[in-house]
Write a protein that binds this ligand. Structure first.
Ligand code: HEC
Ligand code: HEC
Length: 328
């Protein structure tokens, strides 16, 4: 994966002044090798997107930026069940990782955004998140000489809502992780421990069904499924139904990416599980947590009744999806 430092000064092909310095310096991982990467137009756009991702001007009172909730050290997720937006307003869903999304065709737990570009205006304009109109953000950036310079160097039409979204989306596409232990094992460069191996077998076992939903390179089939976290009593988020108004979609959420899942606690759309063991406990017997789920997926109906060892093994397997390189 590639995350460039905010402090990295790269000779830019498109402008003479070269260095995108930030007033709001937030140190994230600097990969020295990055300085040797040939600079091309896409890289320039990614850099600009990174600035915007860490730019508080994208919030009403300039107190919150994207990374306030999508924290780099936590695989660009948050550590609390619900994040705080401007004025300390509490959100309604857990902040998911903003990594490994380049393969997704729809975003959010309910799929209401259709691309990374389309997604950007949602948090900016959300009253509980950044709470500012996109046209106001455009005006603010237009009044900030360094942004005028950076945008004009790349885009013929300078600072626009679409160009802001393009830059942020392009930055997000750099946040891909492909060097977790599981990848190293697949390439023959590392070996699973016995517990991790048993966990992988359990995960892929048709009896446990994890792989039916968490399939593919990012461990999601990108479908909307109801794993039983809706009962109309304490668990009230209708999920995908909010977008489609189809009663078949009540309580369905997009199957999340599991890469780096060990870093993104708490879990689920409502952040109700603190640890991976709690998640696996839930899959073992969902009815212990939600006795009367509504519209639960047929795959979930029969409890798995996993042994304590099975649970530990599954958790150890899930931990092999963490890209250690990214933590350096
Ligand atoms: C106040 C906290 C907060 C801020 C600030 C915030 N987000 Fe989010 N983000 C969330 C939450 C919560 C969700 C999930 C909402 C949902 O699914 O309904 C989310 C979802 C996302 C997703 C979709 C992830 C997925 O798996 O579908 C992306 C991408 C994203 N945010 C990017 C951004 C960008 C870019 C910014 C800045 C412009 C930003 N976020 C600002 C809390 C925040
Ligand atoms: C029927 C499809 C389905 C099956 C089967 C399934 N999952 Fe999930 N999984 C989901 C969905 C949907 C969510 C998100 C639910 C939510 O946010 O409320 C999820 C969430 C998770 C999460 C939390 C991710 C996060 O970032 O919050 C983990 C971990 C997980 N599943 C692991 C597993 C394991 C291990 C198994 C097998 C024991 C499994 N899943 C079986 C669909 C499934």
């Amino acid at each position: 994966m590639r995350i460039k430092s905010l402090f990295l000064c790269i000779p830019l092909a498109y402008i003479a002044h070269g260095c995108l310095e930030s007033e709001h310096e937030i140190e994230i991982h600097q990969d020295i090798n990055e300085t040797e990467t040939p600079v091309d137009s896409l890289e320039y756009l990614e850099d600009l997107g990174e600035k915007l991702f860490f730019e508080p001007m994208l919030s009403l009172d300039q107190s919150v930026h994207c990374a306030s909730c999508h924290i780099p050290e936590h695989a660009f997720a948050d550590t609390v069940p619900f994040s705080l937006g401007v004025d300390g307003k509490l959100g309604k869903r857990n902040t998911p990782s903003a990594m490994n999304l380049s393969g997704r065709t729809e975003l959010f737990y309910d799929g209401r955004a259709t691309s990374l570009e389309d997604q950007v205006h949602f948090p900016v304009e959300d009253a509980l998140e950044m709470n500012v109109k996109m046209h106001v953000v455009v005006e603010r950036l237009k009044n900030t000489p360094r942004y005028v310079k950076w945008f004009d160097s790349f885009f013929e039409d300078g600072i626009t809502e679409n160009n802001i979204a393009s830059a942020i989306a392009e930055y997000e596409r750099t946040l891909e992780t492909g060097n977790a232990k599981i990848d190293q094992v697949a390439r023959g460069e590392a070996q699973f421990t016995e517990s991790e191996l048993r966990g992988q077998t359990l995960f892929n076992d048709p009896k446990n069904k994890c792989f039916d939903c968490h399939a593919g390179v990012d461990f999601t089939n990108d479908e909307y499924r109801n794993i039983g976290l809706y009962d109309g009593i304490d668990k009230n988020d209708l999920g995908r139904f909010n977008v489609t108004q189809d009663s078949a979609d009540i309580g369905k959420f997009r199957v999340p990416v599991l890469r780096n899942v060990a870093l993104t606690a708490p879990y689920m759309h409502d952040g109700s599980f603190q640890t991976l063991l709690e998640v696996v406990d839930y899959y073992s017997n969902p009815y212990d947590v939600v006795p009367s789920p509504i519209n639960m997926d047929s795959l979930m109906i029969e409890p798995l009744d996993l042994s304590d060892q099975d649970k530990i093994d599954l958790v150890n397997f899930l931990k092999t999806l963490t890209d250690e390189q990214f933590l350096d």
